[in-house]
Design a protein. Sequence first.
Length: 153
Amino acid sequence: MMEIKKILFPCDLTESSSKMLPYVLSLSEKYNSMIYLFHVIQELDTWGSDYIDDVPYVVLDKFQQEASEGAEKAMDRVCNEQLQGCPNFQRKIISGDPATEILKMIESEGIDLVVMGTHGRKGLKHTIFGSVAENVVKKSPVPVLTVNPYKLK
């Protein structure tokens, strides 16, 4: 029988993530698993120099700092409002490329299952931005359960 002791829940800290959290909690309870609540702040320099060459470095630095502070507040809210009864969770916020950092986290923490949302980008948006979930599914060494938060009740 497959053991699921560590569940990675990469989330964007939006309402969509909040809709998915009960499913993650249910899995955690069923398997007595640790939940790794994980948020990656995308670094602006990954957008390419065409977009940020004309923006002063100080402005970019301040934006990254504000994004980090906002993520911390949102993570606090999620933990305080939705994870109060969950004894087995850890939280982590880092900066980088989301798909790359999720894959690194899988390896470094010995994750058994990833539960993540899809956002349904189509057309040009999907071509330009790609899909974090798609990249993780293709490259993950462990099973990935994808959930469309817009279809949840």
